[in-house]
Every structure is written in C-alpha cells, then in structure tokens.
Design a protein around this ligand. Structure first.
Ligand code: CU
Length: 249
C-alpha cells in the first residue's frame, strides 16, 4: 500500500490493515484446529474405525453464528469508513472537474482562473497529463465521462471512484503531503485503457497559485467554463491540428 497522502486515506488504510489482521487471526485459528484435529484423531490402528459423529448441534450453531458475526463486524467498519471517506463539506477550497475520456484525462481547475475562467489541461495517450493540487486545501473532485465508464484514482489517496457517463460522481479530499504521486484509470475502458495514466503533484498553496497563473498564459489552456468532454475535448485548440501532438486516438 502506498503511504496515505490525503486526509481520507488513513481511514481506508486502517480498514484494510485491520481486515487483514482479522482474517489472519481467523485463518490461523482455523488452520490450527484443522491440523490439530487431523493429528489428534488420526487412525491409530489399522482395524479400528474411528467414532463416526454425525450431528453436533452446539458446534453447528457455532459455525453458523461465528461467520455471521464476522460479516456484521466487517460491514459495520466498512460503512463507517465509507461515511468518513465520502463526507462532503459545503465549501470546498477548490473544485476540479475531472473528465475521463477514451483514453486520457482532462483536468479543469474550475472557475479558478482570472475573471472566473477555467484553466485546464487535456492529456492524450502519447502525452500524459499532470494534475497539480495544493496541499492542505480541500479539493472537490467532480467526475465526468463523455463515453464509457472509467475509474479515477490517485494511488496515494487510497480510494478510487467510477467515472460514469450521464452522471457526476463527486468526492472531496485534502492532500496532506507535498510530493509527486501517480494516478490512473482503474476500469478497463477500451483498447488504450493502459495509457490512461496521469501524474499528480501536490505543492504548496503559493506554488499552486503560480502554476495556475502560468497555465493561463497559454490561451489554449483557458476556457470560459469547465471543458466536460465529448467532442469538446477533441476539438480543443492545439489538439486537432494534426501537428506535434501526434498520436491521440
Ligand atoms: Cu479509462
């Protein structure tokens, strides 16, 4: 597991860790009893047939109830973790509209440009995009797809969410560590699915503001409103003029 790098990630990390601990305890106990029984009740003489037990009510009740209890405990912790991870504040510090399109990503820094414009970057299969995020600011991710189902995940945030055409899935997270991370599509979405990689850079607030300013120097990276995909993505300036951009499918 990558080290958790968002405020939501530790909850997931804990759920994952303790699920493994619980599974190991149950596993060791079960294997232990199996080996013990195999050894303790092994055939001791060639002619002797061991006692044939058909029913043991207390034991049967036990092995019905024990797994049900385990499922209840796992369910309880899963729901709790899910509630923590999916909690939405009313006033996130910034919104990033993410578009998963066959086969790359568009990142819109929604309404964060001058005069409420939206700086954005579009990746291609040949040229993977970079997502820059400010540390310690709450980001709301809104996920859009113009074509098929994708799945958005920044590895170190330890959670992914499906990107579904016709609906907008949302979650919030606050990056807690400055550094470089990786992201990709986690849903087999077509022939170049494996190219749906992106880089993530978590930087200080000041560096983030500087990055947005720099992005806006190129008019090709500024839109009046978030670029949400479909034909719009493929007809953005700089992408459809058949030049060095090259191999976008
Ligand atoms: Cu995809």
């Amino acid at each position: 597991m990558p080290a958790p790098a968002s405020d939501r990630a530790p909850a997931i990390f804990d759920l994952w860790k303790w699920s493994w601990v619980a599974a190991m305890v149950v596993g060791v106990l079960t294997w232990g009893l199996m080996f013990y029984a195999a050894w303790r009740f092994r055939r001791s003489s060639k002619n002797l047939v061991p006692v044939q037990t058909r029913y043991n009510l207390p034991l049967e009740i036990f092995y019905t109830i024990a797994p049900i209890l385990m499922v209840i405990v796992f369910f309880f912790h899963t729901v709790n973790t899910q509630n923590t991870v999916l909690e939405m504040k009313d006033d996130p510090d910034l919104v990033v509209d993410v578009v998963g399109q066959q086969w790359s990503w568009t990142f819109n820094y929604s309404e964060q440009g001058e005069g409420g414009t939206t700086p954005y970057v579009v990746g291609t299969t040949a040229d993977r995009p970079k997502l820059v995020l400010p540390v310690d600011r709450t980001v709301e991710f809104r996920l859009h797809s113009p074509d098929v189902i994708h799945s958005f995940m920044i590895d170190a945030f330890l959670m992914k969410m499906d990107v579904i055409p016709g609906r907008v899935n949302e979650f919030q997270a606050t990056p807690t560590k400055v550094g470089e991370f990786r992201g990709k599509c986690f849903e087999l979405c077509g022939v170049y699915h494996s190219r749906m990689l992106f880089d993530v850079e978590v930087v200080s607030g000041a560096e983030y503001d500087a990055y947005l300013a720099e992005l806006q120097e190129n008019p090709d990276n500024v839109a009046k409103a978030p670029v949400l995909g479909g034909s719009a993505v493929n007809t953005q300036p700089g992408l459809d003029d058949g030049d060095a951009e090259g191999d976008h499918q």
